[in-house]
Write a protein that binds this ligand. Structure first.
Ligand SMILES: [Fe+2]
Ligand SMILES: [Fe+2]
Length: 469
């Protein structure tokens, strides 16, 4: 079979010899990576997966049984917008670029490599979860997320191969050589080096960290470099499912906690083998604060440069904002000095990371509201909250300082005294681990989790999502 037949694409691969040659070399290494660093089990089984075979509404969600190593990782760009114009920055209104301008080559390559690196990293972080999946449905969703993150790597590698020549090809190889958590060759961003070895963390990761991904992709979708914009726009269609897995996953943990609280005389979900809401809250605090770090510094000259050059915009630049040059405006950032918070007006362009982070905060709150609605419907008096964005930050202007979950400055001693109420404790982690036993019969589910309201692609929950070889 010809390469272009193995790789569904809308980038005219069959006509592009140079790209074919580059991918012919890369693809076997990719498969080697998948087998080595992808899901540790189930590689020979038939999984009910969605594959994108084209970008139109019929082709992007094709469901069938497939062995993961045979998954057709394709290369898709959203349909071109006729006469697309640059949506932000100094060159606002000029024609978008179809090729990489020399002066922005390094910046663009760096942006693409950093985004590309997170995709295989998350597959590596999640590779052991299939051994402790709480149901066949959940295991299938995990694999769906994994193969699509693999495809997102393809998407970034396509850009490197098609637009960055030899150093692009070298970067593409290195994307397969780094490993999450590896001492010598770690993944680029810290969060992507933490193992995810329980399903509560997986649901939190897909809720909060994949949503960071959504906002990075939305910012790149505004890029003046049109192939990057089109690539990320198509990736966003897949990303929605990852956040669905996270949001509904946590919702089902919460639902089950409520059911067990009602059964137990002391309203103690743990006593009946569930995950109590306080523990859910601590995991929220940890994963949310760590995902906030991924947006970068609150006041950043890099962010200003990227926006000015039109390499990145704000999420929904066209829809949500009026002034797309952003040279005359200011943004209010809270700075912490001598134990006080004061408001500081900074030039808007330097605050673009913070603008994107604030858009992300609002998006998360909508999900949390849905969890709280579920708790209220169960007649239980409890509210999950997002901690303040200053809480537990390891990057940016709040790092090295201490704040409570409402954002008030506190001393290090006060923080340490409360840490076990706010963040997952060693004991929490041991308890959560103790619940992680595989349940892989169709229609069965672990005791700590409620089944989903409906299955995938109109199938029932008891559908055979994985057929053992
Ligand atoms: Fe992704
Ligand atoms: Fe994702």
């Amino acid at each position: 079979m010809q390469l272009h037949e193995k790789i569904p694409n809308n980038v005219n691969l069959s006509q592009n010899r140079r790209l074919q040659r580059a991918l012919e070399k890369w693809q076997p290494n990719y498969l080697k990576w998948w087998k080595e660093a992808g899901p540790e089990d189930f590689q020979e089984d038939q999984i009910y997966l969605r594959t994108a075979i084209s970008v139109d509404s019929k082709g992007w969600a094709n469901f069938d049984y497939v062995k993961m190593p045979d998954y057709k990782w394709g290369i898709f760009l959203a349909e071109p917008e006729a006469d697309r114009r640059i949506s932000c920055g100094d060159n606002y209104g000029q024609p978008a670029w179809q090729e990489v301008p020399g002066e922005f080559r390094n910046h663009l390559r760096r942006l693409i490599v950093t985004q590309g690196d997170t995709e295989p990293a998350s597959v590596e972080q999640q590779r052991l979860l299939c051994k402790i999946a709480p149901s066949l449905y959940d295991c299938r969703n995990l694999f769906q997320v994994n193969v699509e993150e693999g495809r997102h790597l393809w998407a970034m590698v396509y850009l490197l191969h098609a637009h960055f020549g030899r150093d692009g090809r070298e970067e593409a190889e290195e994307l397969l050589e780094r490993r999450s958590g590896d001492f010598d060759k770690p993944r680029i961003l810290t969060t992507f080096n933490e193992p995810i070895d329980d399903w509560l963390s997986f649901f939190m990761f897909t809720m909060f960290t994949d949503r960071d991904g959504k906002y990075q992709l939305l910012a790149l979708a505004e890029s003046a470099f049109d192939p990057l914009s089109r690539t990320t726009r198509f990736m966003l269609t897949e990303e929605a499912h990852h956040m669905f897995v996270g949001e509904t996953g946590v919702m089902r943990v919460v639902q089950r906690a409520c059911e067990l609280m009602k059964e137990d005389p002391n309203e103690d979900a743990r006593a009946l083998g569930g995950i109590d809401l306080d523990t859910v809250q601590r995991y929220v605090n940890f994963w949310y604060s760590s995902s906030l770090d991924l947006f970068g510094g609150e006041i950043s000259s890099n962010a200003a440069d990227f926006f000015g050059a039109g390499l990145k915009g704000r999420a929904w630049e066209g829809k949500k904002f009026d002034d797309h040059v952003a040279l005359e405006q200011f943004y209010e950032v809270d700075v912490a000095e001598n134990g006080h918070i004061s408001k500081k007006e900074v030039p808007l362009r330097t605050a673009m990371n913070e603008v994107l982070r604030d858009q992300y905060v609002d998006d998360n709150q909508r999900g949390v509201d849905r969890w709280n609605k579920c708790i209220a419907e169960n007649g239980i008096d409890y509210k999950i909250t997002l901690p303040h964005k200053r809480f537990n930050r390891k990057m940016g202007i709040y790092q090295g300082r201490h704040f409570d979950t409402l954002g008030n400055p506190i001393s290090e001693d006060e923080f340490n005294a409360k840490a076990s109420q706010w963040l997952p404790t060693a004991e929490d982690r041991v308890y959560i681990k103790s619940l992680m036993k595989p349940v892989l019969e169709p229609g069965k589910i672990a005791n700590w989790l409620a089944p989903p309201k409906r299955g995938i692609n109109n199938q029932g929950f008891d559908f055979e999502y994985i057929r053992h070889a």
